[in-house]
Design a protein around this ligand. Structure first.
Ligand code: NAP
Length: 306
């Protein structure tokens, strides 16, 4: 964070805003703030005040241009980085910022819920509601108390129509581009999340352990059941490539604790509804039997309830 940025006056309309000042939201905002003014929307006025005073992101103190939900500026583009269960709230806030487009980079499939929330709250009778779409990112970050630690660079794929956002991200050093077949890319990410997240949370092991006995048989079962459904929905991987993709990601992130495992350990609500829950609805539409996914869904819900 440069002196220039920390002293920059609040704008009435920002080129970009991020809703969700958590691990990934602050990690994105801190990097973007080096090349532009970016608004950060916090959950409360108190939290916005803390963020304006400064939080550690990586090795640097980041004084976010933070705003409370009841004092929102306008923004051309809004990126949503709240957990899936908070999507509807974020959609209402995004609509109030009168953007040209709203982009989710959340895990799970949240695009439809976000679109519904934005459009239901759209205040502009004189202008059409914004484009609301979901991209994907393999950027990583985690929170330890108040400190955010970026945990490795990744790729960010955006839907057509979000070229301007790809440009802003690229200028800030992100590997970001528009992906013409974003639906297939979302399904590939969903496949990985469907296989790794619930198992890591249930067995409380890091990702890499899922590739070995005694967990591997369950990983393989989840991919075997998921593939026909996701393929029918537009997944552009054959079955062997789907298995290989999941195993490659689990190995490449071998020491990491999946976000669902972190949520379970912290006693937080998980994103199981937006990941396995959405998939179960999809499978039902296709008349597909997916017993292992039903089992992991029930088990994770029981942990949440307990
Ligand atoms: N972290 C990663 O490495 C990673 C990688 C890829 C994708 N993702 C996805 O990105 C999304 C965010 O993940 P995360 O790890 O950054 O989660 P996180 O650390 O829990 O951050 C979410 C933030 O959203 C805030 N929030 C919730 N409701 C809000 C509202 N109505 N208005 C404003 N702020 C609100 C939360 O505030 P409080 O702190 O007050 O609760 C929290 O700070 C998830 O869908 C996740 O799956 C994460």
């Amino acid at each position: 964070m440069s002196l220039k940025d920390s002293c920059a006056p609040a704008l009435r309309r920002y080129p970009l805003a991020i809703i969700g000042a958590g691990a990934l939201g602050l990690s994105f905002a801190a990097r973007l703030a080096a090349s532009m003014q970016v608004a950060v929307v916090a959950r409360s006025a108190a939290r916005a005040g803390q963020l304006r005073a400064g939080v550690m992101v990586g090795d640097a103190r980041f004084q976010a241009d933070a705003h409370a939900p009841d004092a929102l500026p306008e923004a051309d583009w809004v990126i949503v980085l709240v957990k899936a269960a908070d999507t509807a709230d974020a959609g209402r806030l995004a609509a109030a910022m009168r953007p040209l487009g709203v982009l989710s980079l959340q895990n799970g499939l949240t695009g439809e819920a976000l679109r519904d929330a934005v459009h239901a709250s759209w205040p502009g009778e004189d202008s059409p509601p914004p484009q609301v779409e979901q991209g994907i990112t393999t950027e990583g970050a985690f929170r330890d108390g108040d400190r955010v630690t970026p945990s490795g660079a990744g790729d960010t794929l955006l839907p057509p129509g979000f070229e301007a956002v790809a440009e802003l991200l690229s200028r800030a050093g992100f590997r970001a581009r528009v992906e013409p077949d974003i639906a297939a890319a979302r399904l590939a990410k969903l496949l990985v999340n469907l296989a790794i997240n619930p198992l890591a949370a249930l067995f409380r092991v890091p990702n890499g352990a899922l590739c070995e006995p005694p967990y591997r048989v369950h990983l393989d079962a989840l991919v075997r059941e998921a593939w026909p459904v996701l393929h029918a929905e537009g997944l552009a991987l054959d079955e062997a490539a789907a298995h290989a993709r999941v195993v490659a990601v689990a190995r490449a992130t071998g020491a990491n604790r999946a976000s669902m495992l972190q949520d379970v350990i912290a006693g937080r609500r998980t994103e199981i509804d937006a990941i396995t829950g959405v998939f179960l609805d999809m499978a039902a539409r296709h008349g597909a039997e997916v017993p292992t996914h039903h089992a992991v869904f029930t088990l994770v819900k029981q942990i949440e309830a307990g």
